[in-house]
Structure formats: structure tokens, C-alpha cells
Design a protein around this ligand. Structure first.
Ligand SMILES: [Zn+2]
Length: 299
């Protein structure tokens, strides 16, 4: 406890000095940077889980020629943020039912293969981290595609944090958004819900922020997390699927709005630049290989 309180004071001192320096500076650039600084709670933890894998016969649907990248396998992660004021699930992985069959399952129409080796609930049961799906306080999905809301109906105690655009899709009788399966999110309609228009500070201390980034779906968002040791981190949602998508700003053919997608990329890249945040392309399997999975965590 002693070292935590000292670390907290040091963080506070850095902030106070930074603000004083900003006050002395006529540069609006400096002032803008300062507004991004936060006091990250020392006990904030980020857990990473494998919530499935994909194999694609072609990557053309992502706006990439097959010759441009050898990558055909994507990972599907889930994340839990354990904050002193509650737990937040960020993205819900492939549908838990995918785990009913061992190994890869092939969609006959598209040739896309999916695999879920262990459901998130099974992982939480075996790891004993102090929370499970029923006790998670907040659920936020980057968007409502089926590979991001797989456990949505199992979050019986959560408040759903959702951008207006995706909320409207879920509540609509007939939706034309591709890769959206209404049955996977049906229980969310009965949950306490916070509908958001724009960016949202989840715990009120700026440490965990939903950043509106529409275009992939009408209410797509990314997550900004401020960790005491690791520093700021942005989780991409599906702003990009491949590294080349980010390098060359490629927009998938199935995004609902190309112009808004490009604007979202510009907005998030500006946030990454000004905050100095690390940036994780969530579906990047090569990156995922290097991450610390639960029960390890980032703080
Ligand atoms: Zn996805």
C-alpha cells in the first residue's frame, strides 16, 4: 500500500508540474497535450484472452489484394479491464457455441474458417480472477459484428455501453448490416443501457475512454486505456484488420461508410500521435503472439 501511495503522489506531481509548465507556455500545442494526461489508477489492470481464431481463403473483402499480404489467419481477442470502480468487458469474441465443435469450422458459402478452443466463461472459471461473465459491470463492444459480441447474452449483470449507431441497428426490426446476427445480442435489449453519441469516459477519471470511430459499422468505436506502468494504449476494434490496412488506410468492402471510415482512422491516428499511445490491431495474430495473456495482465 505504501509504495502504491508514493507512486500515486509521483504521478500527481508530474501532472502538477506539467500543468504549471503548460500555464507558462503560450503554445496551444502544449496545452492540448496536457489535456490528455490523466492520473491512471495504480490498480487498473488489463487482461487479454483468446476468444477465437479466423482463417480467410482471400483477403480481398478487406480492401487488400491477395498478393499484398501472406496473412490469412486472424485472432479474435477479448479484454477485461479491472478498474477500482468496476469491471469492463471490451469485445466479446466469437459466439460461445463455436466451441461446441472441436477444431476449425468452415462456412460453406464464404470458405471462412472459425475456431474457439475455450469459451471465455471456461477460461474465467479456470483462472479464478475474481470476476466472471455474470459479474462483469460494463460491456462495451467495438461494434456489433458476430466476432465481437459472442458472449453478449451471457453478461447478465452488465450495463451495455453502446454508440447510437450500433444501438439503432440492434433495435431495428430488419438490419442490413453484414456480419450482424441479432440473436447474439438479443439479451442486451433487456440490460441497463447507456447510449452514447461520441466519446465517453467510462469511469469518470479519463483512464478508460470509448472513442467514437464509425464507418466499419454505424456505431464502431475504439478503446483508449491509460495504464500506470505501460502508459496509454488504444485497442483498435476493427478500425484495421491487417498491418497493411493501417499502413495504407485500406477500407474493407463491407464497411457501411467508406468516408466515415477514413475520417475515423484520421481521428484515432491523431489521438495516438498526441497521446503517445501504443496501438494494438486487435485481429493481428502476430502481435497477439507477443502479448501477455490472462492470468497475466497489463497495468
Ligand atoms: Zn472483427
Amino acid at each position: 500500500m505504501q509504495s502504491q501511495s508514493i507512486a500515486g503522489k509521483q504521478t500527481l506531481s508530474v501532472l502538477v508540474i506539467s500543468v504549471m509548465l503548460a500555464a507558462c507556455s503560450p503554445s496551444s500545442e502544449t496545452t492540448k497535450d496536457i489535456s490528455l494526461q490523466t492520473i491512471a489508477p495504480d490498480s487498473l489492470k488489463l487482461y487479454v484472452f483468446n476468444c477465437g481464431d479466423f482463417q480467410f481463403p482471400s483477403v480481398r473483402a478487406f480492401g487488400i489484394d491477395d498478393e499484398e499480404t501472406p496473412v490469412r489467419t486472424l485472432v479474435v481477442p477479448c479484454y477485461v479491464i479491472d478498474h477500482p470502480d468496476g469491471t469492463l468487458l471490451w469485445d466479446g469474441g466469437l459466439p460461445s457455441a463455436v466451441a461446441d465443435q472441436a477444431g476449425w469450422q468452415t462456412d460453406q458459402q464464404s470458405g471462412v474458417k472459425t475456431r474457439l478452443q475455450k469459451t471465455l466463461q471456461e477460461q474465467l472459471d479456470s483462472l479464478d480472477l475474481g470476476f466472471d461473465l455474470a459479474s462483469i459491470d460494463y460491456a462495451a463492444f467495438s461494434h456489433i459484428h458476430y466476432d465481437h459480441v459472442g458472449v453478449a447474452n451471457e453478461l447478465s449483470g452488465a450495463t451495455w455501453l453502446v454508440q447510437q449507431g450500433d444501438y439503432d441497428v440492434v433495435m431495428a426490426e430488419n438490419s442490413t448490416v453484414p456480419a450482424f446476427d441479432p440473436a447474439l445480442v438479443s439479451a442486451l435489449k433487456e440490460r441497463p443501457t447507456k447510449v452514447i453519441n461520441g466519446d465517453y469516459d467510462v469511469f469518470g477519471d479519463k483512464s478508460v475512454r470509448l472513442i467514437s470511430a464509425p464507418g466499419h459499422t454505424p456505431g464502431h468505436q475504439v478503446l483508449y486505456v491509460e495504464l500506470a506502468e505501460k502508459g496509454p494504449l488504444v485497442l483498435s476494434g476493427d478500425l484495421y484488420h491487417f498491418r497493411i490496412s493501417r499502413d495504407q488506410r485500406r477500407v474493407p468492402q463491407f464497411n457501411v461508410n467508406r468516408e466515415r471510415s477514413l475520417a475515423a482512422m484520421a481521428k484515432v491516428e491523431a489521438l495516438v500521435e498526441s497521446s503517445g499511445a501504443d496501438f494494438w490491431i486487435q485481429h493481428d495474430a502476430a502481435l497477439f503472439e507477443t502479448l501477455t495473456l490472462a492470468p497475466g495482465f497489463y497495468q
